[in-house]
Design a protein. Structure first.
Length: 534
């Protein structure tokens, strides 16, 4: 499995060599007794563990321990059977029939039924729910019309002819559909409880674990689900997620033995960790991009493309990633390397010398109407995190140095930030990041649809909407690739965003934790881990 995972990331071969591995951390499982509880770091408190409401990486991590969809993710990133033991595809490629495992159960012992998926998916696409992940199910027949409020949720192309059979009709063939179903938006909810409870999504779950307790701002505790169909492969009886947005605090807890696994590492600690704890430091590239979004509906950046280009060109990305210190790749486009059937697009000026790039940024800044006599002040909003703040400080310094811009840095606690980012009256520039939910260009580019719930910038381009629709309706890989590449070029030409760098995941793992395989989507499920006595 490890060899296959490395081949799936072949575009990163040279990059991986820097870190000496593919994110595996293992040792002999016979070197001690299995411990009762795993202590994991969690970078922020999840705003929700509702599959229809959560769209952030912290919620995603916890939900993947609590719930399981029809498919799940292998260490290579490929879709493998989850609640569905198998599936069939008709000759048109548009009708999938999933066979639910007869031994798949909820944590209360009742069987998982095909209808639970129908209920969950209808709830996700129902505009009354206001789900930020509704677009994930757009491929399902009728979903787009339901999301737009034109038809009823019960018209969705997902039906349950029997308790153990789910039939899904797609608008057009999509060979990556099983991979899409690993997304948390496609996970089931307990239908009977959903009909009678205002909060049906915490006490009953169908994954390896069930929620035991949640102490706000402190910890989330899970215990093994005794009715999970694959419970024999769940080796850790309980999990405690310790909530902290401070990477330095996570490192201190790790060194004190209070954490077995961190979800990040402070950048300034990297040299010492590489020297003294190289076998515990896991750094792996994954399909994700850090970027800034422009406010395209109000403020100085809204209708001034020359200004947006000047701000984009004024950033020295190579110096930025060097200052961050984790080997991130500078980003001159939005989609990272490694997307299947796709060639990432980039700004045409990416190979300019620093002198030429800065000169052009200053020329555009003057063209935009700003100068020392008419200075510009910007508001940059970001979430509380050491690395995120460091990026903001470095970028603001570059804007000051090159263009004389004064930048107000607005640092907000994670849950507050997730709400404030939707209020464009509060910011001019917004810190964002996009992590792939499945390996396809559509997963990145669909956020630029005018109607997307993830379109925080307020970007609207009729040509982009049209091309995305055409790509969605095509089953021809070459046509999809051409249209998606055109979309990315259009977004870059419009300077709707500022790509900064492509992510790497950074974790510390105690030597007694075995079985860690970080997937190309940066997932590290607890189910795959074993922790043994030191």
């Amino acid at each position: 499995m490890l060899r296959n995972r490395c081949s799936a990331l072949w575009l990163f071969t040279g990059f991986l060599a820097v870190f000496g591995g593919c994110g595996q951390h293992s040792s002999s499982p016979n070197s001690g007794k299995v411990r009762a509880e795993l202590h994991r770091g969690l970078g922020a408190e999840p705003p929700s563990i509702d599959p229809a409401a959560a769209s952030d990486i912290n919620s995603d991590q916890v939900m993947r321990d609590l719930y399981e969809g029809l498919t799940t993710e292998a260490p290579t990133g490929a879709a493998i059977p989850g609640v569905a033991s198998s599936w069939d595809v008709d000759p048109t490629g548009k009708i999938y029939t999933f066979h639910i495992r007869p031994n798949a159960s909820w944590s209360n012992g009742k069987p998982v039924r095909a209808g639970d998926f129908v209920t969950a998916w209808q709830r996700v696409v129902d505009p009354k729910t206001g789900s930020p992940v509704a677009d994930t199910l757009r491929l399902v027949a009728g979903a787009a019309s339901i999301i737009a409020g034109k038809t009823s949720p019960d018209s969705l192309g997902a039906t349950a002819p029997t308790e153990n059979m789910l039939v899904v009709r797609l608008e057009e063939p999509a060979p990556y559909f099983p991979e899409l179903l690993t997304h948390t938006a496609a996970m089931p909810i307990y239908s009977e409880h959903a009909a009678t409870s205002r909060n049906p999504l915490t006490s009953v779950s169908n994954g390896p674990y069930v929620l035991e307790s949640w102490l706000n701002g402190t910890s989330i505790k899970l215990k093994k689900n005794p009715f999970y169909w694959d419970r024999d492969r769940v080796h850790i009886p309980s999990v405690e997620y310790q909530i902290t947005s401070d990477d330095t605090n996570q490192l201190a807890r790790y060194r004190a033995g209070q954490l077995d696994l961190t979800d990040s590492v402070p950048p300034n600690a990297l040299p010492d960790l590489r020297a003294a704890h190289s076998t515990e430091l896991i750094v792996v590239p994954y399909l994700a991009t850090a970027y800034y979004g422009f406010n395209l509906t109000a403020g100085p950046t809204a209708h001034n493309i020359a200004l947006r280009q000047a701000l984009t060109m004024a950033i020295d990305r190579r110096r930025l990633v060097t200052s961050l210190g984790f080997g991130q790749l500078p980003a001159y486009g939005f989609l990272p390397p490694g997307i299947r059937n796709y060639s990432p697009q980039q700004f045409p000026w990416m190979n300019l010398s620093d002198e030429a790039r800065i000169a052009e940024a200053r020329r555009l800044f003057a063209m935009a109407g700003y100068s020392t006599n008419k200075p510009l002040r910007l508001r940059l909003l970001y979430n509380s995190n050491v690395g995120v703040k460091r990026t903001a400080i470095v970028v603001a310094a570059m804007w000051k140095e090159t263009l004389g811009i004064e930048t107000e840095l607005i640092d907000e606690e994670y849950r507050v930030f997730l709400e404030t980012r939707h209020d464009r009256s509060r910011w001019d520039i917004l810190r964002l990041g996009w992590n792939a939910d499945f390996n396809d260009a559509s997963n990145f580019l669909d956020i630029f649809r005018t109607i997307s719930n993830n379109n925080d910038e307020g970007y609207s381009n009729a040509d982009v909407d049209r091309l995305l629709d055409q790509a969605e309706l095509s089953g021809d890989p070459s046509i999809r690739r051409t249209k998606f590449e055109t979309v990315e070029r259009d977004v870059l030409t419009d300077y709707a965003i500022i790509p900064l760098y492509y992510f790497v995941s950074k974790r510390l793992v105690q030597p007694y934790v075995i079985g860690l395989h970080v997937t190309p989507l940066n997932r590290a499920p607890t189910k795959e881990l074993t922790i043994i006595d030191r």
